[in-house]
Design a protein around this ligand. Sequence first.
Ligand code: HXC
Length: 257
Amino acid sequence: MDYETIIVETRGKVGLITLNRPQALNALNATLLGEVNRALDVFEADRGIGCIVVTGSEKAFAAGADIKEMANLTYPQIYADDHFAGWDRVANRRKPMIAAVAGFALGGGCEFAMMCDFIIAAENAKFGQPEIKLGVMPGMGGTQRLTRLIGRAKAMEMCLTGRMMGAEEAERSGLVARVVPTAELLNEALKTAEAIASMSQPIVMMTKESINRADEVSLSEGVRFERRVFHAMFATADQKEGMAAFVEKRAPRFSDR
Ligand code: HXC
């Protein structure tokens, strides 16, 4: 399949999407959004793919939504188009997605990274929601996801001032899972993705679904949801295989059933 703004590859059981608009620091335009969703559709339909990695360049994961594309839109246009709604499809994927972030992850770039299940950051990563300086605010989930990830005080400060946060502070604040040397970023992300892809695919997807419920429901409802899904796992061959392998002191051979 032909892509203009992204590079799509598979590495074993891992699907890799590299954002590729270097002339615009990977600014997220409508073409790129369409292509990311097309690539994700293909990876989601491919039972051989167990985890997806999204990355950019060493200079920028993505410097935001494409300001030049947005600048002259009118309210009736963006309302009628439900502008940015395509990003909900990105955020609602069922297979695990890792954002491997080096350089700038600003505005929509930071929001795209937060739509992934977790972020691995290079030491040179810089996160920010600078929309306030453009006379708008985050519009792809930033006010909600950033607040859930790093808490109200820091989210408020970042969105109201537009300041950037480095990788070390991002890890300390809970925005990223891990910081790695910049040169190691892709390798580390792919290794992590391979580890996830080697697990039982339905169990991985159910685990992701359960963690995501935590953002939506009360603790007691969330625990009830978890328990029901946990019980359901005993209907899989992979639960039997995983536990048998432990007892027999051997590596499990998951069949994704
Ligand atoms: C369109 C962008 C862009 C963007 C960079 N470019 N960010 N184009 N949209 N978001 C383009 C520049 O115009 C320039 O193109 C080229 O990429 C290189 O950028 P420079 O600014 O020359 O690079 P540098 O001096 O290294 O500065 C890097 C930077 C800066 C600090 C990241 O580019 C920057 O501040 N970018 C905007 C960041 C931002 O405000 N993001 C939020 C966007 S709004 P030319 O052709 O001039 O060489 C957003 C909204 C979400 O995400 C939803 C709310 C509505």
